[in-house]
Design a protein around this ligand. Sequence first.
Ligand code: ADP
Ligand code: MG
Length: 309
Amino acid sequence: MNEFGLIREYFNWPIKDPSVTLGVGDDAALLSLEKGYQVVTTIDTLVEGVHFSASTPAKDIAHKSLAVNLSDIAAMGAKAKYFTLAITLPKINKSWLQEFSDSLRQLSGQYEVSLVGGDTTRGPLNITITLIGIVESSKALTRSGARPGDGVYVSGTIGDAGFCFWKLSNSLIPSNQELKRLNCPTPRVELGLTLKNLASACIDVSDGLEQDLSHILKASSVGAVIEVEKIPISESLLSHVNDTNNWSIPLCGGDDYELCFTVPESNQEVLKKVSKSCNINITRIGVITESLGLQIEGFDGPRQSYQHF
Ligand code: ADP
Ligand code: MG
C-alpha cells in the first residue's frame, strides 16, 4: 500500500454536507460558505509521549485529536463544519489505521463535521487536525467579554483527566470512567452553541482551570474571586483532595475539555434551564471583580499549570 492507497482506504469517505464543493483528492478543498457568517478556525497537534502514551488505543487517539478541536470551536460558540488531518506515521499498520479511521469517522459523523483534506507523512506518530467552523457575524464568544459582577461558571466536573494522569504517573490503576475522561473527552458542543447567546466570555479548560480562567481575566481586563469548595469534582477526586489537603489537581490539571464561562446577572435565570436542555451540570464557582488577578479562596498551596516550554 502506498501513500495514495492509504488515503483512499482510510481517509476518504463519502461527504454528506453539500457545502463541501470539493473534498479529499484535489490539490485543496473548496468550501461554499453562507453569507452573514464568519469563519472560525483552530488547530491542535497530538504528539506521542506528550499528549498520549504508546499504549493509548488508536481509537482514543483519533477521538481525542478531533474532540480537542471540537472543544475549541464550541468555546467560541461556533458550529464546527470541516476539518483537515495531517498525520505522521512511523509505518503502515493496517489494523491500527482501520481502528483510527473508524473512530475518526464515527466522531465526525456524530458532530456532522466533514474531513475535506490533509497530509500524510512518515515519521514519529503525530496527528494535527485543523477544524473550521462558522458563526453568525460578530456573534462569536471570545475571552474578552467578562465584566465585573458576572458569575463564573464551569460545566461538568473539573480535574478528572488530571487525576487519571496523576494515577497513571504514580503506578495506580484508574477506573475505566477515569481513563475515559483522559483519553476520550466529550466536547461540550451543544453547550457552547447555547452559551453564545448567554455568556459574556468563554474558554475551554484544556490547560487547567486556574490558567484558563486567568486567560479570560487578562483578555477582559478584570479579576475574579473563586472558591475551591465550589469547584465541582468527582467523589474520588474529592477524597484525594481531602486526604492530601491539596487542590492542585482541580486547579491545574489539564485535559478536561469542560467549558469555563462568565454570565451577566440578567442571564443567570435562563442559564438554569440550559443545564437541563444540554444535559450537563453547570456550577457557579465565583464572580468577576473589578480588581485584577484571580483570587482563590480556600487554597494557597504550591501548584503548577502545564506549559510546553
Ligand atoms: P499534494 O501533494 O497536492 O499536497 P497530497 O498528495 O498530499 O496532495 O494529497 C492528496 C489529496 O489527499 C489531497 O486532497 C489531500 O488533501 C488529501 N489527503 C492527504 N492526506 C490526507 C489525510 N491524512 N486525510 C485526509 N485527506 C488527505
Ligand atoms: Mg500534500
